[in-house]
Design a binder for this molecule. Sequence first.
Ligand code: NAD
Ligand code: TYD
Length: 352
Amino acid sequence: MILVTGGAGFIGSNFILGWLGRTDEPVINLDLLTYAGNPANLAAVAAHPRYAFHRGDIGDQALVESVLQGGDVRAIVHFAAESHVDRSIHGPDAFVQTNVVGTFRLLEAARRHWQSLPAGRRDGFRFLHVSTDEVYGSLRPDAPPFRETDRYEPNSPYSASKAASDHLVRSYHHTYGLPVVTTNCSNNYGPYQFPEKLIPLCIHNALAGKPLPIYGDGRQIRDWLYVADHCTAIERVLADGRPGETYNIGGWNEQPNIDVVRSLCAILDEEQPRSGGGGYAEQITYVKDRPGHDRRYAIDARKIERELGWRPAETFATGIRKTIRWYLGHGDWVASVVSGGYREWVDRQYGQ
Ligand code: NAD
Ligand code: TYD
């Protein structure tokens, strides 16, 4: 079986749903259920015979070791993190605790577990570390997209904490021989994304008649990837990625934020026209820029294509329409997340 950390978050829950659908292998989900972890994302598989959930902190080494020993774990897919740049600017502490110290504790638990495996199973073990393209810093307009060999230049507390965790993961391979692989992916969008991130925030605000906040001039560029494509890329890396290697994952889809929001408004105009008339783009509002805002990210995803045969299945046009339809069909999910209703349920169900 595999152990997924952070499986109740946006990408982790998409990964677990895909994994249970596509493979026959059991999965254990270890998640602390912070504000970003939502058990409702996995309601459809809560009683699945190949799914088990543990609430806990990746930084609790004893707990992680007991989970690893209790199951016959042959791989860890590590998603758990604090993931929102704006939150990292207001409160970097949790980012250092979870992303750096937490990943370190998880690596320690993984190393002990791996060393306890029979010799014949050690080579097949994998620690797959899910990271971000933001570790490479900001690209100039004419610079080629990020390659795996580019130097790290993280600019926010979030990206710095992810960069630190990437270095720790690398060192556990180099020093101890732990079979690790790291993926650095571009911005994801799709079902179950918490409405603090640009795309779900704008869908939610558009429908609620609220402003769509665009930071600065809106010309910052991101390389958007549909979340299901990220999940299939991780599956490919887990299956055939070479230990000690890193793989960049991206959508070949660079777009300025303002274009993303305008496309989103145009699709919403078709799918659910505004009740008072006019287009949703009328709600676009330019606001104060994010401090230290990176200007451009873009991924060169040729290595994963060449070595592992992966390419995204969705274009932005198909992925964004699917995403908007999902949010339109899941108003109850959005309402409970936004109202804090699910947090109350988490506290009732799992205690503080
Ligand atoms: P998310 O914030 O939606 O989910 C994070 C999950 O981790 C939540 O379920 C949360 O409860 C859990 N968690 C947080 N701290 C924990 C701890 N100490 N112990 C156990 N669980 C804990 O994040 P996401 O957007 O799904 O991102 C998942 C991973 O992918 C992160 O490592 C992130 O850096 C990386 N990534 C995200 C993107 C993106 O666009 N969202 C892009 C590239 C890489
Ligand atoms: P975000 O979804 O927070 O991802 P990241 O900062 O990790 O790339 O933001 C994506 C882009 O959208 C980023 O350039 C910041 C911008 N943005 C806005 O303009 N307005 C917003 O309200 C948010 C949340 C983000």
